[in-house]
Design a binder for this molecule. Structure first.
Ligand code: NAD
Length: 331
């Protein structure tokens, strides 16, 4: 089995690659992986074991069709994680989101057809559904994205669907809730807050802090992706829900406690434009069809994650983000 993993140097993609190379997915202990990654600010080759005998690292862009024509032949499947992924950045400047998440996805789909690559797993997000005040989204819910990031992901999802419907490509789409865990770039809320607190800085809380997000450990998300790769139905979409639904305020309280800090370290900041109020997923399909269960309880996973950032400060100190959005003003 030969897999091409795009965005394999980022947070979630690198977890998937490290787990597979470490023998974490039964039946894939001998799989060969090609990581294709542009190494934007969010990716680092140090996130994967670059000298592993079953790993080939290709530094390149998913929009580069000539490169794709050279790299793709001989691969059995593509797992497409590569994306511009930070909502705040998309509010500031949406061009790279459309380029990578839409045009890049189209280039990859087209190149898979030409190269005869049979399977395409597209990693998407719950944000394509918009915001929901009560109840949950199923895979049949309307796509009503609110941020440029979410819109670009939804557009990618529609192209994936079209390549299945039109060309019969064996595609699957996963839509996961918010991920947390080690190696997440410290611009997203959990690593940003933890690293700020560990450095003695304040943490910026958007608006009233009552926006609700579901959280899933990156290891559970990657296991779900692997199940979809192995047994997902052609053309199907699979929601992947969280193990905890929390307001940002409650999450902040938990992080403060884990870092030994008090509420005096919180600075309220003006809300993000178009900030979705609540996300909530119904993931019955992946549970019933593929037997998926999340295994990491949130409290334990969060404590382990804080410990990881405490123990690996050289990793995040070397890659501190450029300021984007009001949160970063305090970072
Ligand atoms: P990330 O920003 O940490 O990593 C993205 C990776 O893609 C980086 O290594 C980057 O260098 C690479 N990349 C960006 N543009 C590229 C291009 N044009 N060509 C090749 N490589 C490129 O993102 P992440 O949090 O690991 O998210 C991975 C995927 O999962 C994304 O598709 C995202 O939409 C989706 N997702 C993320 C979350 C979350 O909570 N982080 C939740 C649900 C879905």
């Amino acid at each position: 089995m030969r897999l091409l993993v795009t965005g394999g140097a980022g947070f979630i993609g690198s977890h998937y690659v490290r787990t597979m190379l470490g023998g974490g997915y039964r039946g894939y202990e001998n799989a060969e992986i090609t990581v294709l990654d542009k190494l934007t600010y969010a990716g680092s080759v140090g996130n994967v074991p670059a000298d592993h005998p079953r790993l080939t690292f290709v530094h390149g862009d998913v929009c580069d069709r000539e490169l794709l024509a050279g790299v793709l032949p001989g691969h059995d499947a593509v797992v497409h994680f590569a994306a511009e992924s930070h909502v705040d950045r998309s509010v500031e400047f949406s061009d790279p989101f459309v380029t990578t998440n839409v045009v890049g996805t189209q280039a990859l789909l087209d190149s898979c057809l030409r190269a005869g690559v049979q399977r395409f797993v597209h990693i998407s997000t719950d944000e394509v559904y918009g915001s929901i005040d009560e109840g949950t989204w199923t895979e049949e819910s309307a796509l009503l994205p609110n941020s440029p990031y979410a819109a670009s992901k939804a557009a990618g999802d529609l192209l994936v669907r079209a390549f299945h419907q039109t060309h019969g490509l064996h595609t699957t789409i996963t839509r996961c809730s918010n991920n947390y865990g080690p190696y997440q770039f410290p611009e997203k809320v959990i690593p940003l807050f933890v690293t700020n607190l560990l450095e003695g800085r304040d943490v910026p809380l958007y608006g009233d802090g009552l926006n609700v997000r579901e959280w899933v450990h990156v290891d559970d998300h990657c296991r779900a992706v692997q199940l979809v790769l192995e047994s997902g139905r052609p053309g199907a979409v699979y929601n992947i829900g969280g193990t905890a639904a929390l307001t940002n305020r409650r999450l902040t309280e938990m992080l403060l406690k884990l870092c030994g800090a008090g509420w005096d370290r919180v600075t309220p900041v003006e809300d993000r434009k178009g900030h979705d109020r609540r996300y909530a997923m119904d993931d019955t399909r992946i549970r019933e069809e593929l037997g998926y269960r999340p295994l990491r309880p949130f409290e334990r996973g969060l404590a382990e994650t804080v410990r990881w950032y405490r123990d690996n400060s050289e990793w995040w100190r070397s890659g501190r983000p450029q300021a984007v959005g009001p949160r970063a003003a305090l970072g």
